[in-house]
Ligand binder design. Sequence first.
Ligand SMILES: *Cc1c(COP(=O)(O)O)cnc(C)c1O
Length: 466
Amino acid sequence: MPEMAENRRIGLMESVTGDQLEIWDKQYVWHPFTQMRAYCKEKPLIVDRGEGSYLFDIHGNRYLDGTSSLWVNVHGHGKEEINRAIREQLDRVAHSTLLGLANVPSVLLAKKLVEITPSGLNKVFYSDSGATSVEIALKIAFQYWQQQEREEYRSKQKFISLREAYHGDTIGSVSVGGMDLFHGKFKPLLFEAIHAPAPYCYRCPLGKNRDGCSMECVEEVERILDRRHHEVAGFLAEPLVQGAAGMLVAPEGYLSAVSKLCKQYNILLIADEVAVGLARTGKMFACNHEGVQPDLMCLAKGITGGYLPLAATMATDVIYETFLGEIDQFRTFYHGHTYTGNPLACAAALASLDLMSGTDFMESLQQKISFLSLGLEKFWKLKHVGDIRQKGMMVGIELVEDGPSKKTYPVSADMGHQVILEARKNGLIIRPLGDVIVLMPVLSMSIPQLEEVLNITYNAIKAVTE
Ligand SMILES: *Cc1c(COP(=O)(O)O)cnc(C)c1O
């Protein structure tokens, strides 16, 4: 690691020292999902710049970006093609509104998204974050049923979602969320959602084992639908991997089985591909693994290659057409965010998608995924690793106090956090989900860099838990 250069002057603000920034960070910034008392006792890591798979802090220390800057980065930091696309757009216009007007990159990107997403998704509604893309999907699904000729369809007003689900932090997306830790406090503010069991095989809520089960969790979905389909507007889920829940990988066939049930019971399937979409799982979209065509799809995180905030909610023609009518029929979708369809973000997304469509992108991704799988095998030998879950370039390593009984560590031990601090000392930035160590490498990360991510993580787990 390079030497600490004390009080290096920071490019953006020539007169500010690193020490001063650290003080001001603690003094002025309230960080998301962060216990600020603990944060303020530690030395903050202030990122100054990025280059490829690396981030550099204000002291010049270099770190591998093991979480893709929170699950968003695709082609690495400072990717010339994306930088150029943003700069060129910047010279034309930085922002104009999509409320009643259009802009060039938002048109081109919508066309592109329709071309690459599962067939049937032909309309793009833009917003700025994963949470808003989910919020929009819920409201579209709700209004869709309200606009039906058949009276009985108008009672379809509720949503089924999975326990342990994470769909964002706005009130609507929290209502369909299933993580008590994040959502419990806000219960009085939330609308009622129907929860189905999470396909969490390591700790199966139905007491089964993955080897011997016949996906009783799907049967449970069917039981709910059978009883309540007349009041259900949609089934919302993160396809294949429940990310924020700790990288819970659903058994093969789960997604297609649930999709079939939705069709059978006339329920809209809403795929929240905010985390899993855009090649993260090894295919362009998680739904592609099981040939599933959802009615609504939410995209965000990786859509701009991790450069600018942008989200999209994709819808089928059937849904879209129910929103058409005369102005006094009030079928307009009265929803929009000020920066919706921002041209800079759309230009970045176009450049990122262009890079992904190159022939070797997907091919080299498969090699990296296999390399990760192989490299993860040795982790099973660690005494306090209970489970290892991987789908594509998403990895969750679940730490337990006791392997055989799957006993969890006490919350106060803060094991996940201890492990990532240890990894940080050795030049790797990762972020845990409770006691699940998450690896979400930049998709363009090289094999030797991936090897380093694995080694640092392995040693950090060993050092902290043994
Ligand atoms: C991150 C995430 C969201 C929320 O996205 P934001 O951009 O943070 O609002 C929604 N759904 C899933 C599956 C996510 O992983």
